[in-house]
Design a protein around this ligand. Structure first.
Ligand code: GLC
Ligand code: CA
Length: 577
């Protein structure tokens, strides 16, 4: 069968974080053969495309986002034969596989870096970013007392995992750049040899038959070559280099080249992780005429309501801001580029805890409401493992239960060096930390939650006894069934796929309402983000005799407003209400 060029537009993408999805051999770590056992589950849910977080060889400093061999499988996850079998089975079920491409950096254990650090004139030296110390400054590697930094570092940039972005190497008397952990040195994309190696590696995977790439921090490949100091903010002793490393001077040249050399040769889906990318920039990366990528992920909606320490806060999400952000992306990209729709991934807390309510009274209702709200917008829908159950943030009370390197680094810097009280920091970590999304998938209520027969690498969320696949599959009114039905509806709905978007009631603090419009048809979506009743005066709508196409309450309401966390979508012909 001839494939449509833009098949990715109406595909449902499901993200697997392999470490936490399914363990097949009882070592407590999810693996490829585990994924193979669950492919039927995904097919049955309605998944078209699997995005698999990294499974490459890695010392696991950042759970596989630090790669030491791009063409080998991490031992804990299995073998290349297991991978090939999985790919064949995915295709056999009529699904596709999108891999993670992590090429802003490698692991420091990658052979290129092992060579690079050996001497100043090693042939691999220019594969990474090495700089001299600042002239006249005293070198104080890593160590700094509160509020102090290493003045000799080439500039003041903070790593995205806190601390300096530069690591001092005594052996050759220079610093190297690492925008994430010091075990993730940044590749030097200015070097054409690096780009060639990456393109060849991508082509190798393409020939294996994969169906595309999700591109890790792709907006960060081109750095401002002057490496200017960044602004000091969010109580961070190091500077914010974002304006100099995101959307840098040569970024579009690089991605266009990648497109020419690799992407254009395959029938792929590509999605770029857009750190520091707003709608204007997205038009450059993913415009229909850009010859770069199919879509971008942005983070503006999941990063709303920051606090004095930026991402580390305990603030409720401001609905008016959320509406503005999501609507801006819908309207700015209309007719020019394609949106990606997501609430969750492996880097953010669980949506039901952040934007809905994980209070048992409202958990299921609000999980369904959030699905109605986002997935009736225009774009490709992405679901993160466990989201289809309404999995919640984890209630860890001990720092040692957390595994994420970012959490441990930020705790060290803000509590041990910065003096923020332990209890305060723990509430921030519980609210926004990445491990909230990384606890094992909850398949059933047996001791390992059906994830593993051994001890999981990270503790289970204790609520797996109530929240799990088995229980939800057995009950038609579960979040699981709601997701399944919603995506079935979406598949056949021209108005959801193609319709234009208009935000209604932009200033309403509790209700997110919008309208989609396509060929004289209208889809009205109204969602209550609060546990209170919200009066809406829906009588004008009632007169139009609308058909309710989706709703999260069993019984119809009073026609005048929305009950706690109620979400409804109506379809009708004619003029706007
Ligand atoms: C991306 C990944 C994140 C990782 C980082 C460094 O943001 O999603 O998990 O830590 O890049 O690779
Ligand atoms: Ca395993």
């Amino acid at each position: 069968m001839e494939q449509r060029k833009d098949w990715w537009k109406d595909s449902l993408v499901y993200q697997i974080y392999p470490r936490s999805f399914q363990d097949s051999n009882g070592d407590g770590i999810g693996d490829i053969n585990g994924i193979r056992q669950r492919l039927e589950y995904l097919k049955d849910l309605g998944v078209d495309v699997i995005w698999l977080s990294p499974v490459y060889q890695s010392p696991n400093d950042d759970n596989g986002y630090d790669i030491s061999d791009y063409q080998a499988i991490m031992e804990e996850f299995g073998t290349m034969e297991d991978f090939d079998r999985m790919l064949e089975e995915i295709h056999g079920l009529g699904m596709k596989l999108v891999m993670d491409l992590v090429v802003n950096h490698t692991s420091d254990e990658h052979p290129w870096f092992r060579e690079s650090r050996k001497s100043r004139d090693n042939p691999y030296r220019e594969y990474y970013v090495w700089k001299e110390p600042r002239a006249g400054a005293r070198i104080r590697p890593g160590a700094a007392r509160p509020g102090e930094t290493d003045e000799a570092a080439p500039n003041n940039w903070a790593s995205r995992f806190r601390g300096s972005a530069w690591e001092w190497e005594e052996a050759t008397g220079m610093y190297y750049l690492h925008m994430f952990s010091k075990k993730q040195p940044d590749l030097n994309w200015e070097n054409p040899k690096v780009r060639r190696e990456i393109y060849d590696m991508m082509t190798w995977w393409g020939r294996k038959g994969i169906d595309g790439f999700r591109m890790d921090v792709i907006s960060m490949l081109s750095k401002n070559q002057d490496y200017p100091d960044g602004e000091l903010k969010d109580g961070n002793p190091y500077g914010e280099g974002l304006p100099y490393y995101a959307n840098g001077p040569r970024i579009h040249e690089f991605i266009k080249e990648m497109n020419r050399e690799v992407l254009s040769k395959f029938d792929w889906m590509t999605v770029g992780e857009g750190v520091g990318v707003g709608p204007e920039e997205a038009l450059d990366y993913a415009g229909f005429q850009s010859h770069e990528l199919n879509m971008m992920f942005h983070f503006e909606h999941v990063e709303i309501s920051p606090g004095p320490y930026g991402k580390w806060n305990n603030n409720p999400a401001d609905l008016v801001e959320l509406k503005q952000v999501l609507s801006r992306w819908q309207t700015k990209l209309e007719g020019k580029a394609w949106n990606s729709l997501f609430w969750e991934n492996h880097d953010y807390p669980r949506a039901v805890s952040r934007f809905g309510s994980d209070d048992p009274r409202y958990r299921e209702l609000s999980a369904k409401m959030l699905a109605i709200c986002l997935y009736l917008m225009k774009g490709t829908p992405y679901v993160y493992q466990g989201q289809e159950l309404g999995m919640t943030n984890c209630p860890f009370t001990e720092l040692s239960d957390y595994r994420d390197i970012e959490i441990h680094r930020v705790y060290h810097e803000m509590v041990e060096e910065g003096g923020i009280p332990h209890e305060e920091m723990m509430t921030y970590i519980h609210h926004t930390g990445r491990d909230n999304a990384r606890t094992p998938m909850q398949w059933d209520d047996t001791p390992g939650a059906g994830f593993s027969t051994g001890v999981p690498w990270i503790p289970l969320n204790p609520n797996y006894k109530e929240i799990n696949v088995k229980e939800q599959q057995s009950r038609q009114d579960s979040v699981y069934w709601f997701y399944k039905n919603l995506f079935r509806f979406r598949k056949d709905s021209q108005i959801v796929k193609e319709g234009t978007y208009r935000l209604l009631l932009p200033e309403h603090p509790g209700v997110f309402a919008y309208e989609r419009c396509f060929k004289g048809q209208r889809l009205l979506v109204a969602c209550n983000f609060t546990p209170q009743y919200q009066e809406l005066f829906l009588s004008a709508l009632t007169e139009k005799n609308p058909e309710v196409v989706l709703r999260n309450y069993e019984e119809t309401g009073d026609g005048k407003g929305l009950r706690p966390f109620e979400g409804i979508a109506w379809l009708y012909e004619g003029l706007s209400v």
